[in-house]
Design a binder for this molecule. Structure first.
Ligand code: UT7
Length: 402
């Protein structure tokens, strides 16, 4: 699908941005104690050095609410100015209600319509395109667009090909209607179902409802064909970005900063090559956060703007790819004062945000026990891997040390 802002519709400007990264850090050295991997392999094959892990009392909704409130603060708005909340995630708090509904309550908003978008790692760009369409058609004036993911609860910490890649976090923007030119310009969205089983979570849906055997087989964890996904990403990212730029009436030379999905530095470098761009026009923070799926682009956008990498009048292209296979790109003409976001982290603390729990809620411990233990006790620990993946594989008999 492609869209192009035309003169009859209202423009959707980015007026607010914010991000939230949980405090706990999981380093490559930590992972060396869990699976047969090395810091050197992870750094050279992916560029990742560390990622964040949500605390036991954090959820996709709570992280999304913090990032969302920070974006609202940056925009200089009150939560109730927001009339639309679109949240992209593949790790919702529950199958229903939507995580966006929980965020709406947590941020103290009473008037927005709220729903989730699921397009995996491309989800934030799809959500942004959705909000832009609402604004363009007059259905929304101030939309909060969030990407929030808690992937560490969906990872198999015995599978070294996936557990080293992903981390937790949230990012958000406020899109505001305006009669002035600028904001989100050309958008390109693609979906290729040939890749449907290249990254997926096999069980838990209507095809394979949860059961003791789906849990025993580890079918609730993310699975991925890394090489196929890599091939798709390198093939698609540059073309998707270029189509969005073309639909904006621009060329790649007109774009000041590219913000790609933060999956793998080798993929990012291939995109730079495909676009014939030096790496200093491409924003990278995957070394610190790993792949945070739908949260990666908005976290990177907020950090890039706060670091002064984006100025008023600049064109910025966001581009992502992910399960589905999906891809999406949007080119934005930046119109907001970039310094506005710098106080947002201090203004909104995670302790101030509460997602209401159901009455008599008695959940099991949400963090895999082995991961919790590892994070609580830096240094050598004997990790009982059977606690991470119930039923498989055989418990490790030897202490795992550095
Ligand atoms: O948001 C979308 C999410 N997905 C992605 O972005 C993933 C895209 N794919 C990738 O980033 C890369 O394919 C990976 C990082 C996942 C893997 O890198 P690769 O260079 O494609 O490695 P590979 O799968 O070809 O594996 C090469 C070797 C294998 O060993 P053998 O068969 O050559 O002996 C793997 O078993 O590396 C081994 N390997 C590891 N070794 C140490 C795989 N994972 C690890 C590991 N540590 N963590």
């Amino acid at each position: 699908m492609t869209t192009q802002a035309d003169s009859r519709t209202r423009a959707a400007h980015v007026t607010g941005w914010g991000r939230y990264a949980p405090r706990q850090v999981l380093t490559n050295a930590d992972l060396e104690r869990m699976v047969d991997t090395s810091d050197e392999w992870i750094r050279t094959r992916t560029g990742i050095r560390e990622r964040r892990v949500a605390a036991a009392d954090e959820t996709t909704a709570s992280m999304g609410a913090v990032a969302g409130l920070r974006a609202i603060h940056t925009a200089g708005l009150e939560p109730d100015d927001i009339d639309l909340i679109v949240l992209a995630t593949l790790t919702p708090d529950y199958w229903m209600p939507s995580t966006a509904a929980l965020v709406k309550e947590a941020i103290g908003n009473t008037r927005a319509s709220a729903f989730d978008v699921m397009a995996a790692c491309s989800g934030f760009v799809y959500a942004l395109a959705t909000a832009q369409a609402y604004i363009g058609s007059g259905l929304s004036k101030h939309a909060l667009v969030i990407g929030s993911e808690l992937l560490t609860r969906f990872l198999d910490y015995t599978d070294r090909s996936t557990c080293i890649l992903f981390g937790d976090g949230a990012g958000a923007i406020v899109l505001s209607a305006s009669d002035e030119p600028g904001g989100a310009l050309g958008i390109e969205l693609t979906t290729d179902p040939q890749g449907a089983y290249m990254i997926w979570i096999p069980a838990g849906g209507s095809k394979a409802p949860p059961s003791a055997s789906t849990i025993g087989r580890g079918e609730h964890f993310l699975r991925m064909e890394g090489r196929e996904t890599y091939r798709f990403a390198t093939k698609t990212m540059a073309t998707t970005a270029l189509e969005s730029i073309r639909r904006s009436g621009l060329t790649a030379d007109d774009v000041g900063l590219f913000i790609p999905h933060q999956a793998n530095i080798r993929i990012v470098e291939a995109v730079a090559k495909g676009l014939n761009l030096p790496m200093d026009r491409i924003y990278v923070n995957l070394d610190r956060y790993g792949n945070t799926s739908a949260a990666s682009v908005p976290i990177a956008l907020a950090e890039a703007v706060n670091e002064g990498r984006v100025q008023i009048g600049d064109n910025v292209t966001l581009v992502a790819f992910g399960a589905g296979f999906t891809s999406g790109a949007v080119t934005i003409r930046w119109t907001a004062d970039p310094t506005r976001g710098r106080t947002a982290d201090d203004a909104v603390q995670p302790e101030d945000v509460h997602v209401r729990l159901p009455v008599d809620w008695d959940s099991v411990d949400p963090i895999p026990e082995a991961l919790a233990e590892l994070m609580a006790q830096p240094g050598s620990v004997d990790v009982p891997l059977d606690d991470v993946v119930p039923g498989e594989p055989e418990p490790v008999r030897q202490p795992i040390g550095r």
